[in-house]
Design a binder for this molecule. Structure first.
Ligand code: ATP
Ligand code: FE
Length: 347
């Protein structure tokens, strides 16, 4: 089984070729960070236009790098949502064109299912398992029992942790993306030097919150600036260290609760924030204490890519799932919706 995957739901244009025996033959990702840098966030119109311009080339490069032609493929998988609608539409239209032109089956994939099924591609783990998805746009615990069987156990009620890292970096005058910058700064700081909250820890369940933490950092910064006439380097490092530790502690405790609820043998993580060494270590420790296996795919497959879409397509294809030319691009597509993708606008 050889499948082409296409991804264009946010600010990465990507194409990949993956086989049913878990080989990633190619994975091409064209980021758009430079295009959006001046705007302090992803601009949907710019993203959609860039996807439309780059998709053809990404697909050609993915096929060439894999050493295959369209004739060697068994199906075409494409992200059909959730995401920025202009980008998703660009990918879905290309996939439909390719499917119509070649007669290959078309499989629409949920972007989050792509992230959630990645540990099966990289590590071959079986069902069930607990997935913690922590990225710039998402934060949720998913109990994964099958390729289309996801139960959301909890998640953020406001910001995603990556978003919080990015905002904290901005508040402290550090470069974007904020995660790596805050982590590097935190290495020089003392987390105990500042007092930051542990949001929602006192509340039962697996929900998380990160916007209060960001506001608390803003207050610390303003106090420091008022006291010292500016943000001293040492203070900045302490704030970064304290913030990172607060995020790690909250994620670890909520993961412990999610594991207790899920009662599964594996904890898997995905998303850019899983690259953070302090957070990763805290999660690994929880897994060890709870006696479950810890799986974290390599970073290139943790962040947005098309190999995960090709793989999720393979999993759906094996279940007999096929989409027609009426496959709709969906801005919202909750993962725990049990039925096949609804046509038209999402809920
Ligand atoms: P999504 O894929 O959910 O739509 P996204 O594309 O923004 O969101 P990713 O590409 O998975 O998410 O991850 C990017 C995020 O990860 C950014 O917010 C970035 O700051 C964060 N990040 C990357 N490295 C680190 C790190 N070392 N520590 C903390 N956060 C990090
Ligand atoms: Fe993503």
């Amino acid at each position: 089984l050889t499948v082409l995957g296409i991804e264009s739901s946010c600010d990465d244009t990507a194409a990949a070729v993956v086989t049913g025996d878990r080989r990633v033959l190619s994975s091409v990702v064209a980021g758009q960070a430079a295009l959006h840098a001046d705007f302090g966030g992803v601009v949907p119109e710019i993203a959609a236009r860039a996807h439309a311009e780059r998709l053809d080339h990404c697909v050609e490069a993915a096929l060439a790098q894999a050493g295959v032609t369209l004739r060697d493929l068994d199906a075409i998988a494409v992200t059909a949502g959730p995401g920025l609608i202009g980008g998703v539409m660009a990918g879905v239209m290309l996939a439909k064109g390719l499917a119509a032109g070649t007669g290959l089956p078309l499989v629409g994939v949920n972007h989050l299912a792509g992230h959630a099924l990645t540990p099966r591609l990289t590590d071959g783990i079986g069902f069930p398992y607990l997935m913690l998805l922590v990225s710039g746009g998402h934060c949720q615990f998913l109990l994964v029992r099958g390729p289309e069987d996801f139960t959301r156990l909890g998640g953020t009620i406001d910001d995603a942790p990556g978003e919080a890292f990015d905002k904290v970096a901005k508040l402290l005058g550090l470069p974007q993306p904020g995660g790596p910058a805050v982590e590097a700064e935190a290495a020089r700081g003392d987390p105990a030097a500042v007092a930051l909250p542990r949001p929602l820890l006192d509340r039962p369940g697996c929900d998380l919150s990160f916007s209060g933490l960001k506001t608390a950092v803003l207050r610390l910064r303003d106090q420091a600036v008022a006291a010292d006439g500016g943000l001293r380097q040492g203070m900045r490092a302490d704030i970064c260290a304290g913030f990172q530790q607060a995020v790690a502690e909250v994620l670890a405790e909520k993961t412990r609760r999610a594991l207790a609820l899920a009662a599964v043998p594996v904890l898997a993580v995905a998303g850019g924030v899983a690259a953070n060494r302090a957070i990763r270590a805290a999660l690994e420790q929880v897994a060890e204490a709870e006696g479950v296996r810890f799986v974290a795919p390599p970073l290139a497959l943790c962040t947005d890519n098309a190999a995960m879409i090709a793989w999720a397509g393979i999993e759906r294809f094996r279940l007999g799932h096929r989409d027609g030319m009426d496959l709709a691009a969906r801005p919202r597509w909750p993962l725990d919706e049990r039925a096949a993708p609804m046509l038209g606008a999402g809920k």
